[in-house]
Design a protein. Structure first.
Lengths: 725, 325
């Protein structure tokens, strides 16, 4: 083919497979327990690994002696990750690993390692900036326009304080892997070989990271993962546990070692969402237009400095801004990307401040959000927000149920409504796909991606089937190992854009080869053919056709194997970035107990062309459930006196159950203007506005702002009874 | 978890012979909903675990002329559904039904509910039952949002028992059996406030098994009201169990016992006195709630629990007034 094939998707009304509400292909495997997660595997001769973690938030290892433990029956290897002299900066820091024949022996052995620490001073609390002292580092002041004059000229000025704490990812499958480091003792193959079965969001790049640490060529590292029990942004790199596990395996003569974190260290050291606290002042006009914005914010993402997110969020083009951000270094586990990193915090601070401004000028907050949609930075976004604000209001029965702040009747139970917005990029990552068409008609699609639980398997299969004119069951998909064409990590909601584009291209490229093979039999030119409903036929002459099987037989003995690649750049119509969302919380607060119950939650989102509306909606349901849990219950709690994390468990680190969630209404904004933009990722955007919408609904119900998430009885009653939070 | 010997007695006689003279020698296993996590966290490191689930005499609920006898192995689920309990002792059925986790309701036992260790996070993180450091409790200056609002320490944990307040309100007793024979202890005296780290929060001795709960016959209107944030697995922030003896619509005597607000179930004589001779109305229930927390001394982060305790009493009373049993 001389010309570049046309990769564009058929128009919405002509699609046969794309746009259909297929159930996820791995649903039956997962729900019946037949799906094997990496942590379910048990290769022959597997040893169990266990960790010794630092009990202190800040200490120096002064001595460590593993000699007795190495002699314990059943112990096969001990590896010290933090030798004497190591300074540990958070509780749970990885000190040493043990591999043994049983889990019980490994755990007991890890406990018996003789270790001494010099305990050092720590800081583990971040909610009071005054206590942070030299651990707080203030950034420079950012000024846009003339905020002083804008505040002077404003019709009204509102001020508020807001806070959103550190929360955990709480993956049900903890971080870890089974790993086998086989020494190169084979005379014909003297290179070391590593096999690893991780729980990772990044199968394709895993071997590259590991090879740098272990000095084993990446070509000798085989990575395999079929299913993952949650990542949410926290599982991109091999991490210390892979290094320790690999070294234990090597020391144990190449036996595979299973090393997964227990729940407590899983929560303490495997990532978290940074906190953000702020004092915000807004100035604006009586018509709701914001003219001036001032933020003093601080927050912590652990020991390494992480700035709280810039303000204002999404409505970034407010003309007059003053902002000072401060980062606090804590002796706590490090932050990692948490389902739209930075965005929940940013949305919470901005949208609560806008709601407070709306209350100050006595306006409906939906109207205030609409009045300021002009400030949304992305081209086209202002209109999208205006549309979605109206749509969400309609679905939430806003006009009927909303009332001005505090005018929620005289009863004990007060109902409140709150709105918030979010945005996300979601461009496709780099991706390569191979499509193989065999002479017997069988088709395989091979792609080095992973299904994070988002439905990646299903949507790749849908794109391939649509492109080849086949049905879902006629395409065999292979993903989840690093022998396959390299894809990207599943982060930033970039997977669907990447894999759909490379799959589309590979399928079309393969189809072009098939057209060449069967054009003579159809008496036509290859470019005159099309693949429809399991047939290759001449465009405009549907009676001149071959069945898929007959067409493939024209290949003789040679299969077609064609690649398709996506570089990561946006391609109009195929893949792009930039998504919006509007959410409304409808809840009731028991003013005698401070207990908040969700009634209804409305989420309106666009994500360009939707490959599978059911799976898109599922992403929104999942994000909203996760978000309501953080809005009402979740919070890392640490004790400044001892430096210890007090709730590294699923008892007092409270997670919502389904009875706590209320009714969720999802609306996908799939208007043609969005469809035409191409595929955009959706995993993260619906997780963004929830804390803000819930916080605003509580303020609407009570008539007073409860500054800090989560909306616990303690926070609500402290506010109602006038105690400072 | 440390290695241990596992014993499977089939009679109480045999079981008590397997216990130790001191804490730490043996632990009793029933539903295991608490013991297993205590052992995994090395908070309990018994040399022997005595499984009592095969002891038939510890099962079942019997209605007698004197009241109810509830075997130690009766699960919370059984208790919440038993027709005699539901008909005559609503506060007890409420308390058992209130446990939100179906797993714990089905595995957890009545005896275990009374003997479970506190959920105080300082204790569970290995900092001791009283969380003492340099002779001073960490809790008043620490993270005390879920801790006690009554008393002066040094114990600031709250009793974790769901049934305790209801049983105190009913004037129930527990039967404790050692190799020397049985003794009966009022539930109100079974829970104790430890004064030092070596003491326990219950009167059970290391060589004893709690075999039975004895609830006297009663004609009361009763209810238990729990303040719990979540529908899913969660601990109450405060509870109130109330039992009212009525003459027509007038309260002749009241028992009002709070849970999860003190190291033991907390009986409020003030609230009981406030109700005597009164009818239950929104106003008298509110007044009784206020009286119940009259002596509260909240810590730095838990003043909100005073409100919750007060409202729990009010709501339990209003519910009891509606209830027949």
């Amino acid at each position: 083919m001389a010309n570049t094939p046309d990769y564009s998707y058929p128009p919405m009304d002509k699609r046969k497979v794309i746009g259909q509400r297929y159930k996820r292909l791995d649903g039956p495997m997962k729900s019946s327990g037949r799906a094997k997660y990496s942590s379910d595997l048990k290769p022959p001769d597997m040893l169990f690994g266990a960790y010794l973690h630092s009990p202190y938030a800040h200490a120096k290892v002064t001595s460590i002696d593993t000699s007795d433990v190495e002699k314990m029956p059943g112990v096969k290897a001990v590896y010290v990750a933090a030798p004497a002299g190591t300074e540990v900066n958070w509780q749970g820091y990885e000190i040493a690993g043990v591999a043994a024949t049983t889990e019980e022996i490994a755990r007991e052995a890890a406990r018996m390692i003789k270790i001494e620490y010099e305990v050092m001073p720590h800081l583990v609390k971040d909610d009071d900036l005054a206590l942070a002292g030299t651990r707080a580092k203030q950034g420079g002041e950012r000024v846009v326009g003339d905020p002083d004059k804008a505040f002077q000229d404003a019709d009204a000025v509102s001020e508020g304080q807001y806070g959103i704490p550190v929360v955990y990812h709480c993956c049900l499958e903890p971080h870890g892997q089974i790993i086998q480091w086989k020494p190169g003792t084979d005379p014909d193959n003297k290179s070391d070989q590593i096999h690893v079965w991780p729980s990772t969001q990044n199968v394709p790049d895993y071997a590259g990271s590991l090879s740098q640490n272990l000095k084993v060529p990446a070509t000798n590292i085989k990575v395999r993962m079929d299913y993952i029990g949650g990542g949410f942004g926290s599982k991109f790199t091999p991490d210390a546990w892979a290094i320790v596990g690999a070294n234990l395996s090597k020391k144990a003569g190449g036996r595979p070692v299973k090393l997964y974190l227990d729940r407590a260290p899983e929560l303490m050291i495997a990532g978290n969402r940074p906190s953000a606290y702020a004092k915000i002042k807004l100035g604006g006009k009586k018509d709701g237009t914001i003219t001036a914005w001032q933020t003093e914010s601080w927050g912590s993402g652990g020991f390494q400095p992480v700035n709280p997110p810039a303000q204002p969020y999404t409505y970034a083009n407010v003309p007059n801004i003053r902002e000072v951000r401060t980062t606090v270094s804590l002796n706590g586990g490090s932050q990692r990307a948490w389902r739209a990193p930075g965005n929940q915090q940013a949305s919470y601070l901005t949208c609560c401040a806008i709601e407070d401004f709306a209350a100050k000028i006595g306006m409906d907050p939906i109207e205030v959000f609409k009045a300021n949609a002009q400030y949304a930075a992305r081209t086209g976004a202002p209109d999208t927000y205006r549309y979605q604000l109206d749509k969400a209001a309609e679905l939430a029965e806003w006009k009927k149920l909303w009332h001005p702040r505090g005018q929620s009747g005289s009863g004990t139970i007060k109902r409140g409504m709150g709105v918030a917005i979010g945005s996300w990029n979601g461009n496709g990552h780099r991706s390569q796909c191979r499509t193989v068409i065999n002479p017997d008609g069988s088709v395989s699609v091979e792609i080095g991606s992973q299904d994070l639980g988002t439905g990646t398997r299903t949507i790749i299969t849908q794109v391939a089937a649509e492109s080849l004119g086949l049905q879902m069951g006629q395409v065999k998909l292979v993903i989840g190992n690093n022998d396959l064409p390299p894809d990207g990590g599943s982060g930033g909601s970039t997977t669907v854009g990447g894999v759909s584009t490379s799959t589309r291209k590979a399928a079309i490229n393969a189809l072009m080869k098939l057209y060449e093979a069967c054009a003579p039999a159809l008496g036509a030119q290859p470019e005159d053919l099309e693949a429809v409903d399991g047939h290759i036929r001449v465009k405009g002459s549907p009676n001149k056709s071959l069945t898929w099987q007959a067409a493939c037989r024209k290949l003789g003995a040679t299969s077609i194997s064609e690649m398709g690649a996506h570089t990561g750049q946006a391609i109009p119509g195929l893949v792009t970035g930039g998504a919006a969302g509007v959410q409304i919380a409808d809840l009731s607060v028991d003013t005698e107990t401070g207990i908040v119950k969700m009634n209804r939650y409305v989420a309106v989102h666009d994500c360009g062309m939707v490959i599978n509306p059911r799976l898109a909606e599922s992403q929104v349901y999942g994000a909203v459930i996760m978000g309501i849990s953080t809005a009402l219950y979740e919070e890392r709690i640490m004790d400044q006196q001892t430096g210890k994390t007090l709730n590294p468990d699923m008892e007092f680190y409270k997670l919502a159950g389904i009875g706590d969630i209320g009714n969720i209404i999802v609306h996908m904004d799939i208007r043609e203007e969005n469809d035409k933009r191409g595929v955009i990722g959706l995993g993260e955007p619906p997780a963004v506005p929830i804390c803000a919408a819930v916080g605003n609904a509580v303020a609407n119900a009570l008539g007073v702002r409860v500054p800090r998430i989560p909306m616990t009885p303690a926070h609500v009653l402290d506010t109602l009874e006038g105690r400072t939070a | 978890m440390q290695s241990f010997e596992y014993a499977n007695p089939t009679t109480v006689q045999e079981a008590v012979g397997l216990l130790g003279a001191k804490w730490g020698q043996a632990d009793v296993l029933a539903g295991g909903t608490d013991l297993l996590s205590l052992m995994k966290e090395h908070l309990h490191t018994p040399k022997r675990v005595v499984n009592i689930k095969n002891i038939k005499e510890l099962e079942g609920i019997q209605k007698t002329a004197d009241g109810l006898r509830i075997g130690a192995l009766v699960t919370m689920d059984e208790l919440s559904k038993n027709s005699d309990v539901v008909a005559g002792y609503k506060l007890l059925a409420d308390a058992a039904a209130g446990i939100p986790s179906p797993q714990i309701r089905h595995m957890g036992t009545a005896g275990g509910d009374l003997c479970q260790r506190p959920r105080c996070w300082y204790y569970r993180q290995g900092l001791g039952l009283l969380a003492m450091k340099d002779g001073k409790s960490l809790i008043p200056d620490g993270e005390n949002r879920y801790h006690s609002i009554f008393g002066d320490g040094p114990a600031y944990f709250v009793s974790a028992s769901s049934l305790g307040p209801a049983l105190v309100a009913l004037g129930a007793k527990v039967k404790l059996v050692s190799a020397k024979g049985p003794r009966e202890v009022p539930v109100a005296k079974f829970f104790v406030t430890p004064k030092d780290e070596a003491s326990r929060e219950i009167a059970l001795q290391p060589n004893e098994i709690l075999t039975e709960i004895i609830v006297p016959a009663a004609t009361v209107r009763s209810a238990t009201y729990e303040m719990r944030q979540k529908e899913a697995l969660d601990w109450p922030l405060a509870t109130a169990s109330v039992a009212l003896t009525m003459n027509g619509n007038t309260v002749t005597s009241a028992k009002i016992v709070l849970g999860h607000v003190a190291p033991t179930p907390y009986e409020s004589a003030q609230a009981e006195a406030a109700l005597k001779g009164k009818t239950i109305t929104a106003a008298t229930a509110e007044a009784a709630g206020k009286a119940a927390v009259q002596n509260a001394k909240p810590l730095s982060q838990n003043a909100y629990k005073v409100t919750l305790a007060k409202v729990a009493v009010k709501r339990a009373l209003l519910e009891a007034a509606k209830a027949k049993g």
